[in-house]
Design a protein around this ligand. Structure first.
Ligand code: ZN
Length: 208
């Protein structure tokens, strides 16, 4: 359980209209000074809340890079929360490249272009395979009054990472659309990190 939800500070809040509808953006600063965003849609209420805990990915989210599925998952999350009528999308900063930062992530991409997969590329660089922590996300959810949630993710480590802090988490699966640039990356996430991705058969991504 988390006894120190006050270890994050709410900095500011304003409405942010998007193509999916209008969210209330709340900014939280963690003890290290990093600012994170919670996009809240509608009234959260007492029942299980639909939540995405999204790891920052500049290339995928902002640039639409096809090397990963992050941008699509972010848009899918915003759309699903809006369709549901309520929910939260937390945008966690400092999670670029599973926590290794943009410089290292691009270096890992170069290694992947020479044949390593996403896991071995990090290892080759002497970096952790996944350096993300979910304590800040758990604190933000508790400050928002969310303790029971349906988490939109294919990553079992994310579910476990939030349960560690006493949250009642059920997984809601997300679709991942393979293309020829990301199919090996998705396969590595499935086989080496236990991600639960539907539709990744032998032919996946070949025609995209
Ligand atoms: Zn990404």
């Amino acid at each position: 359980m988390i006894e120190d939800a006050q270890a994050i500070e709410r900095v500011s809040s304003a409405r942010v209209p998007t193509e999916h509808g209008e969210f209330q953006a709340q900014v939280f600063r963690d003890v290290g000074g990093t600012e994170h965003l919670a996009l809240v849609f509608g009234q959260l209420g007492d029942r299980e809340v639909l939540v995405r805990v999204h790891s920052e990915c500049l290339t995928g989210d902002a640039l639409g890079s096809l090397r990963c599925d992050c941008g699509d998952q972010l848009q899918q999350s915003l759309a699903r929360v809006a369709t549901e009528g309520s929910g939260v999308v937390i945008y966690l900063r400092g999670h670029e490249g599973r926590g290794i930062g943009i410089g290292h992530k691009i270096a890992a991409y170069a290694l992947q272009d020479s044949g390593l997969d996403t896991v071995d590329a990090n290892v080759e660089l002497g970096l952790p395979v996944d350096d993300r922590r979910y304590d800040t996300a758990a604190r933000i959810l508790l400050v928002l009054g969310v303790s029971k949630l349906r988490l939109m993710t294919n990553n079992p480590a994310k579910v476990a990472g939030l349960r560690e802090f006493g949250l009642d988490v059920e997984r809601a699966s997300m679709s991942s659309v393979p293309n020829k640039e990301n199919v090996e990356y998705l396969r590595a996430k499935q086989s080496r990190m236990g991600h639960m991705i539907d539709g990744l058969d032998a032919d996946a991504g070949t025609e995209a």
